[in-house]
Design a protein around this ligand. Structure first.
Ligand SMILES: Nc1ncnc2c1ncn2[C@@H]1O[C@H](COP(=O)(O)OP(=O)(O)OP(=O)(O)O)[C@@H](O)[C@H]1O
Ligand SMILES: [Mg+2]
Length: 389
């Protein structure tokens, strides 16, 4: 049986060492590498484990021991039987005991030594041969965050939800915009229950109770509406949202967060569970400036370029008062992940009909949404789509 490793380390020399030494162990491969050791690392690793359920995790915590140990604890709590090889310069008896209690299976001292690495691989090989683990599946959460009001966060989140549902993925859209509840409005939904009802019933929550609280869109996805009652929305805190988020990713293939709100504790607790954070802006000066501030705040919270993807909405080729795409790239330090065209008529018609743009076959904006989803592996390639009728 082969050995598969997921390596998480911000240190290039650590990964170089593994890349050099791993081929010396027969039938072994590195299946994923994470250089961002942010708070959502456990979720990204869980997503790797969906693809490679037999993989072990090699976690270098030397750059931030406290965060590393928290990551270890979260991974071992959420993935039963996970094999984690922890690595650090510190190896006092007390520390090793703590690491073991938090779920580490093995330990590699730094600086790494060839003989110790190959011994660790031999132990892992024995483990893989011995244990027959069951496959595990956990959904993916994608958060859409607008750098200012009106940049199109809800529109993009709603269209993405429709495309995920079209691919037969069980999909739920979580509206975090507790000030306006725009998602329901864009979809023409009037529903008596909201996130507040889920939070009030967290202790007894199960799948059927949750489904009772969700609104269902005709396109096949569910919506967890934002509370419209201000008093109710104020009682929701970060712990609630973390618990709701976990519940959702355990029960749905895709969870989409409409984060049309400030980068506050509620949103941050969803980002912890998100595989990608999509930062939405337009080419207005104020939006680009805000995007810069958001990117720095996210970087300080541990979310780097591997996770945060910039989406430019309402792009116009010739806009005299707009910041050009090139200037956006220069200001933000990286090209946007995706650029959606400005398509006023399509967008207004979608709002008017309370139906996402993507259901209208030939619109330019709809095509752009589909290509965006395809880039994320959600939509089928154009050839397959053509063959369908
Ligand atoms: N690509 C686009 N082209 C033209 N208009 C668009 C586009 N995307 C969104 N819009 C329009 O912009 C307006 C704001 O969109 P939306 O409500 O999705 O933004 P938002 O960022 O969620 O706003 P809020 O801050 O109120 O939550 C809507 O009228 C929508 O139809
Ligand atoms: Mg919105």
């Amino acid at each position: 049986m082969s050995i598969q490793l997921i390596v998480a380390s911000p240190e290039p020399h650590f990964c170089d060492f593994v890349r050099e030494q791993l081929p010396l162990t027969p039938n072994s491969e590195m299946v994923s590498e994470h250089e961002d050791i942010g708070p959502n690392l456990p979720v990204r690793i869980q997503s790797d484990l969906n693809l490679h359920p037999w993989a072990a995790v090699l976690l270098d915590i030397s750059s931030d021991r406290a965060l590393g140990l928290r990551t270890l604890e979260q991974m071992s709590q959420s993935v039963s039987g996970i094999y984690v090889i922890l690595s650090d310069g510190q190896c006092s008896e007390e520390f090793l005991l703590q690491a073991m209690r938090l779920g580490a299976t093995d330990f590699l001292r730094q600086p790494l030594k060839r003989s110790e690495f190959s011994e660790a691989m031999a132990r892992l090989e024995q483990h893989v041969q011995r244990i027959h683990r069951q496959g595990r599946q956990i959904g993916r959460m994608y958060s859409f965050v607008g750098v200012k009001g009106g940049v199109g966060t809800t529109s993009v989140a709603v269209n993405f939800a429709a495309l995920c549902a079209r691919q037969n993925k069980s999909t739920v859209l979580l509206d975090l915009d507790t000030d306006s509840g725009d998602t329901a409005c864009q979809l023409g939904i009037r529903h008596p229950y909201s996130l507040a009802d889920v939070v009030e019933n967290l202790e007894d929550l199960d799948q059927s109770m949750l489904e009772g609280f969700l609104a269902r869109d005709a396109l096949g996805f569910s919506v967890l509406c934002a509370p419209t009652d201000l008093d109710k929305s104020r009682m929701i805190d970060e712990h609630h949202l973390r618990a709701v988020g976990r519940f959702l990713i355990e029960h749905y293939d895709v969870v989409i967060v409409d984060g049309s709100r400030a980068l506050d504790g509620l949103l941050l607790s969803c980002l912890e569970l998100s595989e990608f954070i999509f930062l939405l802006l337009t080419e207005e000066f104020a939006a680009v400036r805000n995007a810069q501030i958001y990117l720095s705040s996210l970087a300080r919270a541990g979310y780097g370029h591997e996770v945060v993807k910039v989406l430019v909405n309402r792009h116009e080729k010739r806009g005299p008062f707009h910041v050009s795409l090139d200037q956006v790239r220069q200001t933000l330090g990286a090209p946007p992940f995706w650029v959606f065209p400005n398509s006023y008529e399509d967008a207004m018609q979608a709002v008017h009909n309370a139906r996402p743009v993507v259901i209208r076959g030939r619109s330019e904006l709809g095509r752009s949404f589909r290509e965006f989803a395809r880039k994320l592996g959600i939509e089928s390639p154009p050839e397959a789509a053509k063959g369908r009728k």
